[in-house]
Design a protein around this ligand. Structure first.
Ligand code: C5P
Length: 215
């Protein structure tokens, strides 16, 4: 299969030296890309700024902002069989990026915010029937309900929900636990394990959906 993966956070500039971002390390998305490569798939990884080494045997596209990630996904989504959006896209960005560094002596700035584009919602109309799209949902509460709502709203075949309020998994950790909610109503639980194992199991589930669709 051709597998397209997004990983890591995005950064939205405030001024030439400052930005808003989030705690995503990129580890889950990179694990998905590596697991797909190890399973023999052709993998392209669109990555926000992370501290991880470029995985061997994977086509890497580096981006910084949500707008750049959207452009890269739009460019590469057509040819893929499976899309896994593991990136933690920043939800907001300053309406205007200050051309010059904001002076600390001027006091805390009042920043006008706007929403970034929702990448999955934007590309949903481009989705072909045989393609499998999977999102992630990082939640602190009402995990199942929120994940199911997002799966529906973003027209996904599957969404991998993880509870980021639990210690020792999720953001920055090498471990995770997932509940994968499928469009069929089925849910696959992955008990706490390494992100590598989570990635392998998730890919197995997505490959199964892809196979059924192609029949
Ligand atoms: O709505 P929420 O950000 O919680 O949804 C998470 C899912 O949506 C993830 O798969 C994430 O990559 C994707 N997303 C997106 N564009 C955004 C925000 C999130 O595609 N602007």
């Amino acid at each position: 299969m051709k597998v397209l993966v997004t990983a890591g956070p995005t950064r939205e500039a405030i001024d030439p030296v400052r930005f808003i971002s989030n705690r995503s390390s990129g580890k889950m998305g990179y694990a998905v890309a590596e697991a797909a490569r190890d399973a023999g798939h052709a993998v392209r990884l669109i990555s926000g700024p992370v501290a991880l080494a470029a995985p061997e045997g994977v086509a890497l596209v580096r981006v910084t902002t949500a707008a750049e990630m959207l452009a890269a996904v739009k460019q590469h989504v057509r040819g893929c069989d499976v899309l896994v959006m593991a990136a933690a896209v920043s939800d907001w960005r300053p309406k205007k990026i200050a051309a010059l560094k904001l002076k600390k002596s001027d006091g805390p700035p009042r920043i006008a915010w706007e929403a970034t584009p929702d990448i999955l919602k934007t590309i949903a109309p481009l989705k072909k029937n045989a393609q499998v799209f999977c999102g992630f949902a990082a939640e602190t509460d009402r995990v199942a309900a929120e994940a199911k709502r997002k799966r529906r709203e973003k027209n996904l075949d599957a969404i991998a929900a993880n509870d980021v309020s639990k210690k020792g998994r999720g953001f920055e950790s090498d471990r995770n636990a997932l509940t994968i909610f499928l469009a069929t109503g089925r849910a696959v639980r992955v008990a706490p394990t390494t992100k590598k194992n989570c990635a392998r199991i998730l890919l197995g589930v997505l490959a199964g959906i892809e196979k059924k669709k192609k029949k």
